[in-house]
Design a protein around this ligand. Structure first.
Ligand SMILES: [Zn+2]
Ligand SMILES: [Zn+2]
Length: 151
């Protein structure tokens, strides 16, 4: 479930590269907020990120976290995962991927699927406008919840 060490290192490297290239200050707060997301597969809410970073940096404010997430999103380092109603969740996986949403515990998990990437856009959808991206959100009961039910 956890993000692999190598992937976290890759994301942190990209974060530093982007900051340097765009002239964004590499502050400790910024780095810690990004690190929190880079190491998570859970698509956490801004409030959750705030609570976790606050343990390491007690001086950080919730405003800073929201503002920083906005900056990171503007730089393409994180994105919003708009799969469930409610407060916005963030995703440090900016590669094209799909989501499996558990309707019981509301866990949102990533998966990739070349087959789903190739789903042709139907004429009925094309008639509605220009399609810019296509992501699949599967809803179901996650393995953890299903296991709990079975026992
Ligand atoms: Zn679940
Ligand atoms: Zn995701």
């Amino acid at each position: 479930m956890a993000v692999g060490k190598k992937e976290i290192a890759r994301r942190m490297q990209r974060f530093e590269d982007v900051c340097r290239r765009r002239g964004l200050k590499l502050t400790v707060q910024r780095a810690e907020i990004f690190r929190e997301l880079a190491g998570s597969n859970e698509h956490p809410h801004a409030e959750t990120i705030y609570r976790r970073v606050h343990r390491r940096i007690p001086a950080i404010s919730v405003d800073t976290v929201y503002r920083t997430l906005g900056v990171l999103e503007g730089q393409g380092l994180v994105r919003k995962a708009e799969v469930l109603a409610g407060p916005v969740r963030y995703d440090a996986n900016v590669k094209h991927h799909h989501h499996f949403v558990c309707t019981r515990c509301r866990l949102v998990q990533d998966f990739s699927s070349p087959a789903m990437d190739r789903i042709p856009v139907p004429q009925a959808a094309r008639a509605l406008g220009k399609v810019l991206s296509c992501e699949v959100h599967l809803r179901g009961i996650c393995a953890r919840c299903a296991g709990r039910e079975g026992s």
